[in-house]
Every structure is written in structure tokens, then in C-alpha cells.
Ligand binder design. Structure first.
Ligand code: OS5
Length: 230
């Protein structure tokens, strides 16, 4: 079984590449894919570049071209919930696109006909993450993640997203990856470590904590891989 591990930015997959050691690189459709054998399991690893379009392309490529049968996303996010602080981990139970808006036709935010506002992540992978959290002695929160093509650095926008979608954290790729995996029947898991509070200081906090938070997320994801291999 091949497992895909994706991030959006180089910093989000760097700790994973370091952990796997040796890999083969393949250029495909404008991205680099890293194929590795890790504890006897085949991995395909890539960063997509930022946003919903690039992450859709990468998730689709990992499943359809490289044959991934499960997809794990590792990265950072902005916090909405007051309970989430920099460095904390959040596992997405379901994801929504906060910038999808055809409300002029009477539809709710995040909805298009024949789609759904929320896409649910794989329950077995979420259960596995609880075991991993216990073994690592880490507290990992579960919650709703909202995705949009926008770096949110504004309290009002963040609160609106929190209220409209019941979201606990926000980022720019998770929901598009979720839509792809759901459509292709590939179980998926989205993990994010908090880098900022999506407020007026977000860009400074992001710059300061991108690397350390990305490592937090990547270490947890690799423990998930260890468990999946067992
Ligand atoms: O991937 C984007 C979404 N990520 C999660 C996130 C987030 N999303 C929305 N709002 C927030 N408050 C969020 N906090 C965390 C992180 C990432 C955000 S976009 C950051 C862009 C930073 C950057 N721009 N240029 N570079 C870095 C340098 C560069 C230059 C050339 C090639 C690559 C990088």
C-alpha cells in the first residue's frame, strides 16, 4: 500500500524528507514528488505550493498518477479557537471552503450544487491519531478546519469564518485535498500545528513559528505512518 504525505510549503515536508533519508525524485505537472521506502512501506511525498488549486493538483496526482491509497496532510494553520495556541496540534474532523460563495442563489456559504459544505475526514485515521497522541503523551484537539485562498490576518474575517462554519482553525489547502480524496475514495487525514492566530500579527507569528510548528506536525504524522506500517 502506498501512502501519500503532502504539505503546501517546502518547510512542511522538509522534516519528513529528513526522516525518510533516501528518496527518488520525479518531476510531474510542475511539482517534485519524492518516493521513498520507509519501514517497508511505499511513500510518496510532495509539497503542492500554496492554495486550493495547487493542492487539488497535487492530491489528484498523488492518488491518480502515483497510486496512493491513503493521504496524510501535514502543515501549519491559523487558530480560530481560543483553545488553540502556537504549536498546538489540530486534527480535522471535517473541512469546508470558507471562500466559496454562491449565496446570491440562496445557497449557504461553502456550498455548490452536487457538493457539500463539509467533507468528513477518515474516522479510522482519526482513531489512529488518538492512539498516537496517547503514546506520545501529546494533547491533540479535534475540530473543523476552514480553507480558503486567503491568508487571514484579520480578527473580523477570522471570527466570521468561526461563526459561519463552526471552524476551530483555518488554512489554505485542507478542504480542496478533502474534496479530491472524497471523490476518489482515498481515506485522508489532515493535521495542522498552529503557527498564528489569524489576527493582525499573523504574518509575523507565521514567519516566526512556521518551521517549529511544521516540525511538530511532521513528527506526529511520521508516528502515524509507523502505526500504519505495524
Ligand atoms: O500554505 C499557506 C496556508 N498555510 C496555513 C496557514 C494559514 N492560512 C491562512 N491564514 C492564516 N492565518 C494561516 N496561518 C497558517 C500557510 C501558508 C500561508 S501563505 C504564506 C506565504 C509566505 C511566503 N511568501 N513568500 N515566501 C513565503 C517565500 C517564497 C518565495 C519563493 C518560493 C517559495 C517561498
Amino acid at each position: 500500500m502506498k501512502i501519500a504525505i503532502m504539505g503546501a510549503m517546502p518547510e512542511e515536508i522538509a522534516p519528513i524528507l529528513e526522516k525518510v533519508g533516501e528518496y527518488k525524485t520525479t518531476k510531474y505537472a510542475g511539482n517534485i514528488y519524492y518516493e521513498a521506502k520507509y519501514n517497508g512501506v511505499d511513500l510518496v511525498i510532495a509539497y503542492s505550493k500554496i492554495g486550493k488549486v495547487f493542492s487539488t493538483l497535487t492530491a489528484t496526482t498523488m492518488c491518480e498518477h502515483f497510486g496512493a491509497k491513503k493521504l496524510l496532510f501535514s502543515g501549519v494553520a491559523g487558530a480560530i479557537s481560543e483553545k488553540l495556541k502556537v504549536g498546538d496540534l489540530i486534527v480535522a474532523t471535517k473541512l469546508a471552503q470558507h471562500d466559496l460563495d454562491i449565496t446570491a442563489f440562496g445557497h449557504p456559504f461553502g456550498y455548490v450544487p452536487e457538493g457539500a459544505v463539509y467533507v468528513e475526514a477518515d474516522k479510522e485515521l482519526i482513531d489512529l491519531s488518538k492512539e498516537v497522541a496517547k503514546e506520545m503523551g501529546k494533547s491533540v484537539q479535534e475540530g473543523i478546519i476552514a480553507t480558503g485562498d486567503q491568508f487571514v490576518a484579520d480578527e473580523k474575517r477570522k471570527n466570521w469564518i468561526g461563526e459561519k462554519f463552526g471552524a476551530d482553525a483555518l488554512e489554505m489547502e485542507g478542504a480542496s485535498v478533502a474534496v479530491v480524496c472524497d471523490a476518489l475514495d482515498v481515506p485522508f487525514f489532515i493535521l495542522r500545528a498552529i503557527s498564528d492566530a489569524a489576527d493582525m500579527d499573523a504574518s509575523f507569528s507565521f514567519d516566526e513559528f512556521l518551521e517549529t510548528s511544521a516540525v511538530e506536525s511532521a513528527e506526529f504524522i511520521m508516528k502515524m505512518v509507523d502505526k500504519l506500517v505495524d
